[in-house]
Design a protein around this ligand. Structure first.
Ligand code: TXA
Ligand code: MG
Length: 303
């Protein structure tokens, strides 16, 4: 039984909860309450200039907070609810606190597909700010236990929604003056987005203007040293394979070479190996589809 009543009481009191979504678990607070949002930054030890995604449970809730151009409307119809975030001009009726937007005049919105997330947001009746439920820079959590491991007694409630189905943070696009730009790759690929709105731009690596913390070069990192595109691991390295298990393999992201399965296993496997190894080597991962997002996260984690 999911403890919705306790979740709503905590959110109403300006406290944080661990919230499952289909991408990764979120550290959730009332997006309209600056004191509550400040607790997210404090608990995550997150640099204050990083804006947060506000999560909604309906198109009505979304359109009260931001301006939807024609293209934004089309993208919402195509990908919501789902692992897709849009950065849009904030509306005149926006009630989300400035802190959650880091003072920007744009608003990041996502309508998650996970039934527990939807239920909590709908019952709360207001948008919920939720970055991934990990200390800034650490590996993102894909199970309730990961969130408990991360914050322990500092977080009184983590709703358990099972293992995150996708396992990688949402795709983030900006839709400003009807121009669409990819800010963070995810399971919805650039091709998927272009199939809806035509050619889009991308703005992925700019540490001098971190519009998206997912764009900071070093991010998603385990404590262990990480080596990528490895076909011959060293003796002291855990070896994360992709495809059939061989004598070298410690864990395989997907024994059948399925990129979607690899994405959903990625963070849990790195987290697990980080407990017992000082060095982790990862096999080459193909760049196709969600493979591009996996490689993006791995490159940032390896810096
Ligand atoms: O899958 C996800 O998106 C997860 C789950 C919990 O929903 N959330 C997540 O949040 O990954 P977070 O805070 O770790 O990443 C939010 C991304 C960041 O890269 C952030 O900079 C970007 O969205 N973002 C938020 N507001 C923005 C804005 N106004 N302009 C540009 N980027 C923005
Ligand atoms: Mg994160």
């Amino acid at each position: 039984m999911t403890n919705y009543t306790a979740a709503i009481e905590l959110l109403s009191a300006g406290e944080l909860i661990g919230l499952p979504t289909e991408t990764v678990y979120g550290l959730a607070a009332d997006a309209t309450n600056a004191d509550a949002v400040a607790k997210i930054f404090a608990l995550k030890n997150r640099p204050q200039f990083n804006p947060l995604i506000a999560h909604v449970s309906s198109m009505d809730m979304a359109s009260a907070q931001a301006e939807f151009s024609g293209k934004a409307q089309q993208l919402a119809e195509a990908f919501w609810p789902g692992p897709f975030t849009m950065v849009l001009p904030k509306s005149a009726s926006n009630t989300i606190c400035d802190l959650a937007r880091a003072g920007l005049d744009t608003q990041a919105l996502r309508f998650p597909a996970h039934p527990v997330a939807q239920e909590v947001i709908a019952a709360f009746g207001k948008p919920i700010a939720a970055p991934s439920a990990n200390i800034s820079g650490h590996v993102s959590p894909t199970s309730a236990q990961h969130v408990k491991d991360e914050f322990g007694a500092n977080l009184s409630l983590v709703l358990d929604g099972g293992n995150a189905r996708i396992g990688l943070e949402s795709t983030v696009v900006a839709v400003l003056s009807d121009e669409v730009t990819l800010l963070r790759p995810g399971s919805i690929s650039k091709d998927d987005v272009e199939a809806v709105v035509g050619k889009i731009g991308s703005s992925l690596h700019d540490d001098n203007a971190p519009k998206s913390p997912g764009m900071l070069s070093r991010h998603y990192s385990p404590k262990a040293r990480l080596r990528l595109n490895v076909t011959s691991p060293e003796a002291d390295e855990a070896y994360v394979g992709f495809g059939p298990v061989t004598a070298k393999t410690t864990l395989s992201l997907s024994e059948t070479g399925d990129l979607t399965e690899a994405a959903s296993n990625l963070y849990a496997m790195i987290r697990k190996l980080d407990h017992s190894y000082d060095a982790i080597a990862i096999a080459p991962i193909p760049e196709d589809g969600i493979g591009a997002a996996i490689n993006d996260r791995l490159r940032r984690a390896a810096l």
